[in-house]
Design a protein around this ligand. Structure first.
Ligand SMILES: Nc1ncnc2c1ncn2[C@@H]1O[C@H](COP(=O)(O)OP(=O)(O)OP(=O)(O)O)[C@@H](O)[C@H]1O
Ligand SMILES: [Mg+2]
Length: 233
């Protein structure tokens, strides 16, 4: 599904360019559930932002299915980000003035659904994450775990095949975090491809594959995939 080839990322710091990712090679198959671990500052979020088309790499190739993302226009990349990838963040990033239902309806505005259908699909999604009885609550009327489940519903409402989550349990206590991870496991069992970043070993263990990033490089991979595997999947 995804293939990175010699991806680098540099940030400009005044006159100097500082390289953060040093040539990442990574293959992820449809249906994989991958956890990315590594110490703070190692480049995990930078890598996730590239996977999610939120940032462009400085060099290298990124194939999403058969398309090299680095060669697409900004509009084409935005479409991939909006319709083919769901992104979940540590801090939920819900809009505080909107209800849970309205937050989940939002990504569908650009997808061309009528208001009625947006409402129905958002409600079904919230039901799926166990929040049927919280639809009209605003984020500050929900617990952290409930807010993260709303964020997951929002990420999935346009039916992407890939879910990216950067420390989705980082702001939650361990019990609430476990609920969110249980939800993710269920989604994975239903066929969703998941890549998440975590500092929590128990969260990482729940995935099928653990990749460690050290100083902007992959230092270990519990389930290495080779690019040829892409054609068998
Ligand atoms: N926009 C930016 N401009 C300059 N430097 C950046 C930028 N974003 C990240 N960096 C630097 O890149 C390095 C990697 O950051 P990144 O956020 O990817 O780390 P991380 O592994 O996600 O860390 P954490 O576990 O703390 O979230 C850090 O040294 C950071 O300061
Ligand atoms: Mg990070």
């Amino acid at each position: 599904m995804l293939q990175l080839r010699r991806i680098t990322k540099s940030y400009r710091m005044g006159e100097m360019a500082v390289e953060i990712l040093h040539g990442i090679d990574l293959t992820i198959l449809r249906g994989d559930y991958t956890a990315i671990v590594g110490s703070s500052g190692s480049g995990k979020s930078t890598l996730m932002n590239i996977l999610g088309c939120l940032e462009q790499p400085s060099s290298g190739q990124y194939y999403f299915d058969a398309r090299d993302i680095t060669l697409l226009s900004d509009n084409e990349r935005t479409d991939i980000r909006n319709f083919e990838i769901g992104f979940v963040f540590q801090q939920f990033n819900l809009l505080p003035r909107l209800t849970a239902l309205q937050n989940v309806m939002l990504p569908m505005v650009y997808a061309g659904y009528g208001r009625q259908e947006r409402r129905q699909r958002a409600a079904a999604m919230l039901e799926q994450v166990g929040l049927a009885d919280r639809m009209t609550n605003r984020p500050n009327q929900l617990s952290g775990g409930q807010q993260q489940r709303v964020a997951i519903a929002r990420a999935l409402v346009n039916q992407p095949e890939l879910l990216l989550a950067d420390e989705p349990t980082g702001a939650l206590d361990s019990r609430t975090g476990a609920e969110v991870i249980e939800l993710m496991s269920g989604l994975h069992a239903d066929g969703l491809t998941i890549v998440l970043v975590t500092h929590d070993p128990s969260v990482a263990k729940n995935s099928g594959r653990i990749i460690r990033i050290q100083d902007g490089q992959i230092s270990s991979d519990s389930q290495p995939r080779c690019p040829d595997d892409l054609f068998q999947n």
